[in-house]
Design a protein around this ligand. Structure first.
Ligand code: NAD
Ligand code: LMR
Length: 339
């Protein structure tokens, strides 16, 4: 009897401690292929106290469905009117943006620019007004351009904080650790492969020399690097017109959001790869770059250098920077021409 009572008291205390740390997470594009499983994973995350789901279609339906899951967070769904969007965003600590169209076979991520640029711009405008202090996590492609779009919109609104804007590139390291484990016949959870640069084709630069298998070379290395760079295409092809990675992306987005929540709640040493406003290659005109970033209560705590790389990786990095610079400029120019 006594043991049971103490257990209940402990449970109550544990609950009120986490309840004190209210964390509202908003998903924009919550009805989509990524949005639904990502929202599910957020509903299962005990650090989330409020979950706001917005989409141009289906937000309230997904919210009603998830709201029956017996975890403590409160789930609300929003329709696409101006009030709905700003209510969804108000007081958010994290805003996840998977809104926009995915690729079909034969398309590059850049081919999505014409459609997704204005979607992301408009959502960023709403966020700059309703949740200027939130961490903004951009999933919509082309990430190399959509992140600069959000930054330009926030700058124009006078609320840009580079420490709180993130392009989600987690899927690249998730893939890298899985693919290398398949080649080496190891447990993927033991494999950490840094991936730097951006999130498309040759801008994705895996650093195998910094992995557990630094001696991998020749054709095996080339095939692995190519698979990591073009892993997205593998899924697009297999889905045969029905879209791109959604479930693995939901896992990757949820991992990144969880890392940010842990860091916000005071955990130290949380490092994730992410595409941020970065000093690393600004001298070459590349203002955003993905590398290992330590997260903290204010968002970006410390941006890690690329570190020591070999000649082969230097060539990959050189090619990355050429494309990345153009992709970033395209996003900046878009907002300037279409404010
Ligand atoms: P999807 O078409 O299944 O879902 C997109 C959702 O966005 C839809 O529900 C749609 O109604 C919604 N939407 C469209 N315009 C909107 C707006 N103005 N406001 C709110 N919601 C809006 O697509 P998906 O498979 O979920 O992919 C979404 C995006 O994520 C694509 O651009 C895709 O390329 C990208 N993506 C990125 C990564 C990454 O690693 N960063 C990985 C996979 C996919
Ligand atoms: C991915 O890497 O899977 C995403 O960027 C989607 C895509 O278009 O490949």
């Amino acid at each position: 009897m006594f043991a049971r009572r103490s257990f209940n008291l402990f449970q109550k205390r544990a609950f009120s401690a986490s309840a004190n740390q209210a964390s509202k997470v908003t998903v924009l594009g919550a009805g989509g292929g990524i949005g639904q499983p990502l929202s599910l994973l957020m509903k299962l995350n005990p650090r989330v106290t409020q979950l706001a789901l917005y989409d141009i279609r289906g937000g309230p339906g997904v919210a009603a469905d998830l709201s029956h899951i017996n975890t403590n967070s409160v789930v609300t769904g929003y329709n696409p009117d101006e009030q709905g969007l700003s209510d969804a965003l108000k007081d958010a600590e994290i805003v996840l943006i998977p809104a926009g169209v995915p690729r079909k076979p034969g398309m590059t991520r850049d081919d999505l620019f014409n459609t997704n640029a204005s979607i992301v711009r408009d959502l960023a405008k709403a966020a700059a007004k309703a949740s200027p202090n939130a961490n903004i996590l951009v999933i919509s492609n082309p990430v190399n351009s959509t992140v600069p779009i959000v930054s330009e919109v926030f700058k124009a609104a006078g609320v840009y904080n580079p420490k709180r804007l993130f392009g989600v590139t987690t899927l690249d390291v998730v893939r890298a650790s899985r693919f290398i484990s398949q080649v080496q016949k190891t447990d993927p959870s033991d494999e950490k492969v840094p991936v730097v640069g951006g999130h498309s084709g040759v801008t994705i630069v895996p650093l195998l020399s910094q992995s557990n298998h630094s001696s991998i070379a020749g054709e095996a290395r080339d095939a692995l690097v190519n698979r990591i760079q073009f892993g997205g295409d593998e899924v697009v092809k297999a889905k045969d017109g029905a879209g791109s990675a959604t479930l693995s992306m939901a896992m990757a987005g949820a991992r990144f959001a969880e890392s940010l929540l842990r860091a916000a709640q005071g955990e130290k040493g949380i490092i994730e790869p992410t595409f941020v406003d970065s000093p690393l290659f600004k001298d070459q005109g590349v203002n955003f770059f993905a590398s290992r970033v330590e997260l903290g209560p204010n968002g970006v705590e410390k941006i890690h250098e690329v570190g020591q790389i070999n000649e082969y990786e230097q060539k990959l990095l050189d090619a990355c920077l050429v494309d990345l610079k153009k992709n970033i400029q395209k996003g900046v120019d878009f907002v300037k021409a279409n404010p």
